[in-house]
Design a protein around this ligand. Structure first.
Ligand code: TXA
Ligand code: MG
Length: 350
């Protein structure tokens, strides 16, 4: 492990009432680490302007320091104040913000030379990832805090992103100051990462806003396939880091209609499969609703991980899923979250 464990003692569990949100904001302003729910997944937040706090975030997660973080803001104005945008770019960024913020979209923008976002957040890059998340409690929290909040997904590096406060505590209890329990996340998959720093927009990570919705606003978008690693890293893999905290992860077989021995079945709609373990079937959405499937995906993967330990599973067969819309992000996460990990691990997760 490249990072020693931070020496916290107790993680406060805060309710999303006035007192809870105020307490969370206070802890954040003091430089503490507070996890909170957004519409996508739970984030592990800290002041984006404090180098020391941001180092604590990386340490609590066990995240390699070269993988940059998203900064969260209460408004588009606050977010864009950190960026350096000339005219065509500024118009596009404003149009996207107008349509999708608050919401599950992250924009990569050129960093303003005088931005207060510290270097640890951007991993030294000349670019900046910004977003305005949606949700009554998180919006209130960001307003009360009044500072940009850096927040990666609140999981240990290499694990599935958390969609409930319970998931966060399972991963980070004792390593962070508090978790604000804002209930289960309503989207369930991370934000879409759209890179606006080149001549044409590039989709770096499919997510809660679909490619089709984005094209509606910005026209043609280049899709950077295969750029993402295990839990959403958009940078090329670099050798060297090894985390010993992987959840058991099973190989995923997509578009499956039969179950092989040792496989659990993750299905969708009314698809049934023949095979030896009908009891190990989870249905992401019996009604064939892709939004519901997205909401349930990460919790289902956690459940299958536990079943893998108990019952010695060797893989997950996944029924055919819709290709369009949120289906793209679903498939991306399925491939990455449970892809087999070599024992001589050379590529870092985040
Ligand atoms: O929905 C989300 O985006 C959640 C919630 C908490 O907001 N956050 C999240 O953060 O998923 P994280 O750290 O797990 O993923 C952030 C992604 C990573 O793939 C990172 O490489 C990319 O954003 N990223 C951040 N800054 C970047 C930059 N300047 N250029 C390219 N990619 C960047
Ligand atoms: Mg993540």
């Amino acid at each position: 492990m490249p990072y020693p464990a931070p020496s916290h003692h107790r993680t406060e569990r805060l309710d999303q009432d006035y007192d809870g949100i105020r307490r969370a904001a206070r802890l954040l302003r003091q430089g503490g680490l507070v996890a909170f729910g957004t519409e996508t997944v739970y984030g592990l937040g800290g002041l984006a302007t404090s180098q020391r706090t941001v180092e604590h975030i990386f340490r609590a997660k066990g995240r390699p320091s070269f993988n940059p973080l998203i900064s969260h803001f209460a408004s588009a104005e606050a977010a864009f104040a950190e960026a350096d945008m000339a005219i065509p770019l500024r118009d596009m960024a404003h149009a996207l913000a107008q349509r999708f913020w608050p919401g599950p979209l992250t924009l990569i923008l050129p960093r303003h030379a005088e931005s207060r976002i510290c270097r640890a957040v951007t991993a030294g890059l000349a670019t900046l990832a910004v977003r305005v998340p949606k949700g009554r409690a998180v919006e209130e929290l960001l307003r009360l805090t009044g500072e940009p909040i850096a927040a990666p997904s609140a999981n240990r590096s290499g694990r599935v992103s958390p969609s409930t406060a319970r998931h966060v505590l399972d991963e980070l209890e004792g390593r962070i100051d508090a978790v604000l329990d804002t209930g289960p996340c309503t989207v369930g998959l991370e934000s879409t990462v759209l890179d606006l720093t080149g001549p044409q927009p590039v989709l770096r990570r499919p997510g809660g806003v679909t490619l089709e919705e984005l094209q509606d606003v910005c026209g043609p978008i280049i899709v950077a396939e295969h750029e993402t690693a295990e839990d959403g890293t958009t940078r090329p893999n670099a050798p060297g880091q090894l985390s010993s905290h992987y959840a058991p992860s099973l190989p995923v077989r997509l578009d499956a209609t039969h179950i092989k021995p040792g496989e659990a079945f993750l299905t969708f709609d009314n698809q049934k499969a023949e095979g030896p373990h009908p009891d190990l079937t989870l249905n992401l959405s019996p009604d064939g609703n892709v939004e519901e499937a997205a909401r349930r995906l990460f919790a289902s993967l956690r459940q299958l991980d536990q079943a893998a330990i108990r019952q010695g599973l060797t893989g997950i067969a996944v029924a055919p899923l819709p290709e369009a819309g949120l289906g793209r992000a679903l498939k991306d996460r399925l491939k990455r979250a449970a892809a087999p990990r070599p024992t001589d691990q050379t590529s870092p997760p985040t």
